[in-house]
Ligand binder design. Structure first.
Ligand SMILES: [Zn+2]
Length: 294
């Protein structure tokens, strides 16, 4: 089909009629009228004038999400649309933009730091938790994004500071657990056995636990709670008395460090949470204009 020329404010748009009519009752009724003899919409000199209440930014938002809905909008399109639809309290484009933004984040097309910045800027608390938890994952090192200007553009100094501290604490927690915990000997374990017990325990810790504690690849079996569980069920300490092993393991698993991998992101989340920014109710937006009928 031929393109059609439209005008919003002082800007001309050349668009496909078919695309414009997709999902819009307004354009379907405006453009489906057979006016093949009318010059309207066929040249820059005779554009179809959009109602004066439709601004360019609003029309742009409509185009991104009405016309290009299936074309997978870019991250920047989506952020602009969230900004504009929030600013103008336009509900439908906001819903579209947020759905796409959430989906692209879930599909790892949008970096969690960008999601965090946008969610905090526009008051979307539901996205803050998944963004912080994604950033807490060991496989997303702080250094991989904290100097990337395309990401920094969307976050504040506070966002960076809180996430940076969170990552540092998480790293520290893993490495603090690497030092060999002291052996708790059973009363029956005599002097000579102490040495054997200690050597066996040290060997187990250094060869089995330390490689996993210092591995930050983010795989499930290198997460603290998994290592903690394995420590109880799979401790292999030949030469160590059963009693000594039990006493020692009981002490090790009671250490508070194991639970910090969950607590540290919760602390960051508290520091970064913002209240939801409320959109104007559609009814409130219809501020009555001056009564022109006199
Ligand atoms: Zn012992």
């Amino acid at each position: 089909m031929d393109p059609v020329i439209l005008q919003a404010e002082n800007t001309l748009y050349q668009l496909s009629i078919y695309a414009l009519m997709q999902g819009s009752n307004f354009f379907t009724s405006t453009l489906s009228i057979d006016n093949s003899n009318s010059p309207e919409g066929k040249s820059d000199e005779h554009p179809i004038l959009l109602p004066s209440t439709i601004t360019c930014v609003e029309f742009d938002v409509y185009l991104w999400f009405g016309v290009e809905y299936n074309n997978c909008p870019t991250q920047e399109n989506l952020i602009d649309a969230i900004l504009i639809s929030r600013q103008w309290s336009i509900h439908n484009p906001y819903g579209y933009a947020l759905d796409h933004f959430r989906r692209q984040f879930q599909e790892s097309q949008i970096h969690p730091a960008v999601v965090l910045g946008v969610a905090r800027q526009f008051g979307i608390p539901e996205l803050i938790q998944p963004a912080v938890h994604a950033l807490a994952k060991p496989q997303i090192p702080f250094s991989s994004w904290s100097t990337d200007t395309s990401i920094l553009h969307h976050v504040t100094v506070i966002d960076i500071g809180v996430i940076g501290r969170m990552k540092e604490k998480l790293l520290h927690t893993h490495f603090a657990l690497c030092s060999v915990p002291p052996v708790v000997h059973d009363a029956a374990c005599r002097d000579k056995n102490h040495v054997v017990c200690l050597a066996s325990w040290k060997d187990f810790w250094m060869s089995t636990m330390v490689p996993r504690l210092s591995n930050m690849d983010g795989k499930l079996d290198n997460l603290l709670w998994w290592i903690w569980t394995d420590c109880i069920t799979n401790a292999h300490t030949p030469g160590m008395t059963n009693e000594c092993m039990q006493w020692t393991i009981n002490q090790v698993i009671a250490a508070p460090g194991w639970r910090t991998e969950m607590r540290i992101p919760e602390g960051a989340l508290l520091a970064l949470m913002v209240p939801a920014c409320i959109m104007l109710d559609p009814m409130l937006e219809r501020i009555p204009g001056p009564d022109l009928v006199s």
